[in-house]
Design a protein around this ligand. Structure first.
Ligand SMILES: *[C@@H]1O[C@H](CO)[C@@H](O)[C@H](O)[C@H]1NC(C)=O
Ligand SMILES: *[C@@H]1O[C@H](CO)[C@@H](O)[C@H](O)[C@H]1NC(C)=O
Ligand SMILES: *[C@@H]1O[C@H](CO)[C@@H](O)[C@H](O)[C@H]1NC(C)=O
Ligand SMILES: *[C@@H]1O[C@H](CO)[C@@H](O)[C@H](O)[C@H]1NC(C)=O
Ligand SMILES: *[C@@H]1O[C@H](CO)[C@@H](O)[C@H](O)[C@H]1NC(C)=O
Length: 496
């Protein structure tokens, strides 16, 4: 009897073992075996491919997945989203916290050389870089009506993506899962987190082990973000006290939607004072191209700005100009259609962008094959930001989402490069405070390498506001070491 029992047991174990081997593994076809431009051993497993989120329309979202370089079986899995709307998350991969630093080729159009990034966020987590919504980056739909989209549909598609992705990679289902993003992903992240939360509450399978989310310089609330610029430029010493006082008096605290000529007059003065600055980092030089005058006078276009090589600690910095969803100063994201970058500038060239390295690399035939993108007949070219989509900001203020999520126990890190004028820290500081949670970790400096590198205030319900001193709009690009530091501590649930 005993013998039979143990052999049944063995069979059962064998069966469990086999089913683990057979079903619990990432799709072999998605593995990236070599990376053009990189001459070395890939430090962890990389996978890339598509997940179909709508069969009838043929709507397919592209992802690039990098396993953690430490303990992939235990480390958190993080979904990363860049903003726009319309910008590819390869921005994060190439310019911010991906596993490689890209060094531009000496010859024009040549493949960049890839070096390992010592501050890659994949040192401590696995990351899914997702191109979203369909139409962005390498994601596409066979039915172009899908390119008319908005916050709600994007969140719903990304949720379907996640469920299907974890079905393909079930070995990661038990890892802590986080959602992170920047800029307009200040909308993508909470709206998707809310879908995920609802799914978990409704017992949707597979059950995601969702723990929390991270937003950097994120678009959040029309009113609060809209009123953030004037105090920011005053505090930074960019406008005089007199003008600040007059603006306060004439505008009655409403800087984002001027109701009187006197208010508009003061705001125009402010705009004139700051027009020459780099909106993404006021400490950085600004590019004054031929389009600068046009941009200021037409007032719906962007101040062009660019950054010189080598101005962060990041080696091989190759992006000369910054980009992001930028709206005219004082005009935050409002409900309704959000113009995409190329639409804003009425040109297919995004004037503030020199994404040469990304363009060259991601449009190279060999690279595209290696990372499993669709054929050129399906996705003809990769663009950092696209005008293919028409995007409706239809989810309103994000504050209600943050309230729901944090009150349900999901942890939130709201970080802000404190020299960004595009989504200034004054707005993020104000809206996190406006939620009204008790302060549990009063405003204090946070340190890296024994130096003050920013400030933080912690609220009840694990809502943390954090600044990164001297960083612009895309924090990990400007302060890679500090960024990895706070990221690591937050994921581990440690005080920052
Ligand atoms: C690639 O690496 C090998 C050894 O690490 C080296 O000998 C070779 O010169 C490298 N090739 C290039 C193109 O950098
Ligand atoms: C595209 O989608 C729309 C909306 O669902 C549908 O009405 C239309 O028939 C579809 N077109 C094609 C070619 O499938
Ligand atoms: C606007 O400013 C002018 C000049 O400073 C002042 O005379 C006028 O009363 C102001 N208008 C309003 C509505 O406050
Ligand atoms: C959040 O929670 C409140 C109260 O439970 C509810 O009324 C609201 O619909 C929820 N969702 C959002 C997105 O605010
Ligand atoms: C904050 O997060 C920690 C770690 O996940 C958890 O133990 C704690 O209960 C949370 N606190 C609140 C107030 O939600």
């Amino acid at each position: 009897m005993k013998k039979t029992g143990s052999s049944v047991c063995l069979l059962l174990l064998l069966h469990i073992y086999l089913s683990i081997v057979v079903t619990n593994s990432a799709p072999e076809s998605a593995i990236v075996t070599q990376i053009p431009g990189f001459n070395g051993t890939i430090p962890s497993k990389h996978y890339a491919g598509y997940v179909t989120v709508d069969e009838s329309h043929g709507r397919n979202l592209y992802y690039y997945f990098v396993e953690s370089e430490s303990k992939p079986s235990q480390d958190p899995v993080v979904l990363w989203l860049n903003g726009g709307p319309g910008c590819s998350s390869f921005d994060g991969f190439i310019y911010e916290h991906g596993p490689f630093n890209f060094e531009a080729a000496k010859s024009k159009g040549g493949l960049p050389t890839l070096h390992l990034n010592p501050y890659s966020w994949t040192k401590v987590s696995s990351i899914i870089y997702l191109d979203s919504p369909a139409g962005v980056g390498f994601s596409y739909s066979k039915n172009e009506t899908d390119y008319v989209t908005g916050d709600i549909k994007t969140a719903s598609d990304s949720h379907v993506f996640l469920l299907k992705w974890f079905e393909l990679y079930p070995e990661f289902l038990s890892n802590p899962f986080f959602i992170a993003g920047e800029s307009y992903a200040g909308v993508y992240v909470p709206t998707l987190a809310y879908e995920v939360m609802k799914g978990i509450d409704a017992d949707v399978k597979p059950k995601l082990n969702f723990k929390g989310y991270i937003v950097g310089n994120g678009v959040t609330d029309e009113l609060i973000d809209g009123n953030a610029l004037v105090p920011f430029v005053h505090g930074m010493g960019l406008i005089p006290d007199e003008l600040f006082e007059e603006a306060n008096r004439e505008c009655n605290g409403n800087f984002y939607n001027s109701l009187s000529d006197n208010c508009t007059d003061r705001l125009t003065k402010i705009d004139e004072d700051i027009a020459g600055l780099n909106i993404y980092n006021i400490l950085e030089p600004c590019y004054h191209g031929t389009e600068a005058d046009k941009i200021i006078t037409t007032y719906v276009k962007l101040p062009s700005s660019f950054r010189k090589l080598g101005e962060t600690e990041k080696p091989h910095l190759v992006r000369k100009r910054m980009f992001g969803r930028a709206w005219p100063l004082r005009a935050p994201v409002r409900d309704g259609i959000v113009p995409t970058w190329p639409q804003l500038t009425s040109s297919n060239n995004v004037p503030c962008v020199d994404g040469t390295v990304a363009d060259v690399w991601l449009n190279n035939e060999e690279v595209r094959k290696a990372i499993h993108t669709a054929e050129k007949s399906v996705v003809s070219s990769w663009d950092l930001c696209t005008d293919k989509i028409s995007f409706d900001h239809d989810a309103g203020s994000m504050i209600k989402y943050h309230k729901n999520l944090t009150s349900k126990g999901y942890r939130a890190l709201i970080f802000s490069g404190d020299h960004d004028m595009c989504v200034p820290f004054t707005g993020s500081q104000a809206w996190t405070r406006s939620i009204g949670y008790k302060i549990v970790d009063e405003w204090r400096p946070w340190l890296s390498n024994g130096q003050v590198v920013g400030f933080t205030q912690g609220y009840d319900n694990n809502l943390t506001f954090l600044t990164i001193k001297g960083a612009g709009h895309t924090v990990p690009e400007y302060k890679p070491q500090e960024a990895l530091e706070f990221y690591k501590r937050f994921l581990a649930g440690l005080p920052i």
